[in-house]
Design a protein around this ligand. Sequence first.
Ligand SMILES: C[S@@+](CC[C@H](N)C(=O)[O-])C[C@H]1O[C@@H](n2cnc3c(N)ncnc32)[C@H](O)[C@@H]1O
Length: 220
Amino acid sequence: MGRAKLKRINGLEERLNVLQEGHSLYDSIKSNWRKGCFKNENPIILELACGKGHYTTGLAKIYANKNFVGIDVKGDRLWVGSTNALEDGLKNAAFLRAQIQHINHFFDTDEVDEIWITFPDPRPKDRDIKRRLTAPRFLNLYKDLLKKRGLIHLKTDNLPLFNYTIEVLEERNDVKILESTYDLYQSTLITAHHGIQTEFEKKFLQNEIPIKYMVFQFVD
Ligand SMILES: C[S@@+](CC[C@H](N)C(=O)[O-])C[C@H]1O[C@@H](n2cnc3c(N)ncnc32)[C@H](O)[C@@H]1O
């Protein structure tokens, strides 16, 4: 690992807006995000696989009356998001360094209002299907922590992952796909993404790969 990357990861320990092992709130944050972290009663929106957290900080700037938490395992990417949030004085943006499969250790039932999943790893191999962030076991975790009818947005460049997600959702009787497009930038749904582009999205757009987008919710 390069020295600059290591320095960024070590620097996270001093960041109040990054919850990772060692942070005073790390073990007690479940059901405590509003009171303990954000000091308000506002809604909580997650960005999963956030990387550098473009939705976390981008939406936090637009919606001062909502709280945003970006989640990723990669400390150096979170460091960039955390720096952007601090530089912009965003008190309603925070980051959690954790594996998403452990998300229920950090959020209680009904604690979350909305979820964005931004360009998750496609995990194309058969043996990795269960690691896709829209695999059934992940959807069940999201269902538990989301408030009733809370929205889940998915943005991806990857056609097989997008089609896989549609298949998984259509097999369930507790989900409704509200909107979906294979080409967001040619679609009337374009306003739904708030004009925010993530780091990976910019790369895909440079290579002229259409961005797929859907929004769905659990209905019972
Ligand atoms: C392709 S990148 C997308 C990053 C960012 N959303 C963007 O669009 O620029 C996928 C991210 O998901 C994170 N990730 C993948 N699986 C994860 C998991 N199970 N738990 C937490 N983070 C995960 C990776 O560390 C990586 O930063």
